[in-house]
Design a binder for this molecule. Structure first.
Ligand code: SF4
Length: 377
């Protein structure tokens, strides 16, 4: 399977400022060194309680927030520096690639490092910057087309004063995906594809229900011809009956257009329904990364086990063991030492408070960050 997005050691910290001079007094460590991959055509589910960093991860991926550090590779191009000012972009390239090229053995390079090393070898350091920093405007525009978002709240994500036709066509016209002369025809077909009558394009958002507005949000994303759609709690604000309709629509569109989804939700049952692979996040870290089958058949991280035990079971006769976690999620300003889950973990041992467990592969494709994986039964 082809990797569409590769995230390496992504960090996003937000400063907290206080006082007359607005000095930085602390940092919110919203996303703290996470690495993962999204394969073409799949749905990657990202799950965790609120405050675990999943929305920040999605927003940073889309470059609605600039990453503090780390690397975001899309379609085998490093996109991390696309939205930086030129001098910063150059610094980034120097730090990430040139240093490596000058000090490490080129034979060990793989993937993007190998690809960029070829450019460096052929053109030298200056030429390398010139090649990678050329046409940045076009690259940004291409990036914006490739990666789209469907927001959580269908009530506030559509401007109430603007007609649907403009809302849906604004982005595609700006990025030259469609011509002005094609607007009516394209908007009509995009709306019809999501189950809304084409003539309704002249209406305003308040004339639609929540489910219909979310469909309009999907049509807006779709018209850009994206490869990846980040759906951030896209069905959380909808009624349960409407929720499944919207999810099924998304699955149909995925098949038809070969879309890739990053589906972010706090609701493990929704994630279970839609995802092929699942990432579980806790306090800015990935604690488990596995295929849906592996994760549900054999969750290895105690936090994942606890989340699963909270899914309601339709049959009341079946009494499953509910795992109740102690306390609340700690603050991401001062996360606990060692394993961030240790103050709430029912099977924590001494080492857990001292040493941070790394995300490691236990069985092929099943990664977990725990010193004692599978110990919570
Ligand atoms: Fe629990 Fe220790 Fe595993 Fe953390 S490393 S989840 S504290 S057992």
């Amino acid at each position: 399977k082809k990797v569409l997005v590769k995230v390496d050691n992504l960090v996003k910290h937000f400063p907290i400022r206080a006082g007359v001079f607005k000095r930085i007094v602390a940092w919110v460590r919203a996303v703290d060194d996470i690495s993962f991959e999204i394969y073409e055509g799949e749905t990657l589910g990202m799950v965790g309680e609120s405050g675990c960093g999943k929305t920040t991860a999605g927003m940073t991926l889309l470059r609605l927030y600039e990453p503090t550090s780390g690397r975001i590779i899309v379609d085998n191009e490093d996109t991390t520096f696309y939205f930086m000012p030129r001098f910063k972009a150059k610094q980034y390239l120097k730090k990430t690639y040139i240093r490596k090229f000058k000090t490490e053995n080129p034979e060990t390079f793989t993937g993007i490092d190998k690809k960029y090393y070829e450019i460096y070898k052929d053109s030298g350091e200056k030429g390398f910057y010139d090649v990678l920093l050329s046409n940045l405007n076009e690259k940004r525009s291409e990036f914006r087309k490739t990666m789209q978002i469907v927001f959580q709240d269908p009530y506030s994500s559509l401007n109430p004063r603007i007609r649907i036709k403009t809302i849906v066509s604004e982005g595609p016209v700006m990025h030259k995906v469609i011509k002005k002369s094609e607007i009516i025809e394209k908007v009509k077909s995009a709306l019809e594809e999501v189950g809304i009558h084409g003539d309704h394009m002249y209406r305003f958002p308040h004339q639609f229900s929540g489910g219909q507005r979310q469909r309009i949000g999907i049509a807006r994303a779709l018209l850009m011809n994206p490869k990846l759609i980040v759906a951030d709690e896209a069905v959380a604000a909808l009624d349960v009956s409407i929720r499944s309709q919207v999810i099924n629509l998304m699955l149909d569109l995925q098949k038809k257009h070969n879309l890739t989804y990053l589906f972010i939700s706090h609701d493990l049952s929704v994630i279970k329904y839609i995802s092929d692979r699942i990432i579980v996040m806790y306090l800015g870290k990935i604690v488990e990364d596995a295929s849906k089958k592996d994760l549900f058949d054999e969750p290895l991280h105690p936090y994942t086990r606890a989340l699963m035990s909270a899914i309601p079971v339709p049959n009341p006769e079946y009494k499953k063991k509910r795992i109740i976690l102690k306390g609340d999620v700690p603050s991401p300003v001062n996360p606990p030492s060692g394993c961030r889950f240790h103050p709430r973990c029912p099977v924590a041992k001494e080492i857990c408070a001292k040493e941070e467990p790394q995300l490691r592969e236990i069985t092929p494709g099943h990664k977990v960050a725990c010193h004692f994986p599978g110990s919570l039964k």
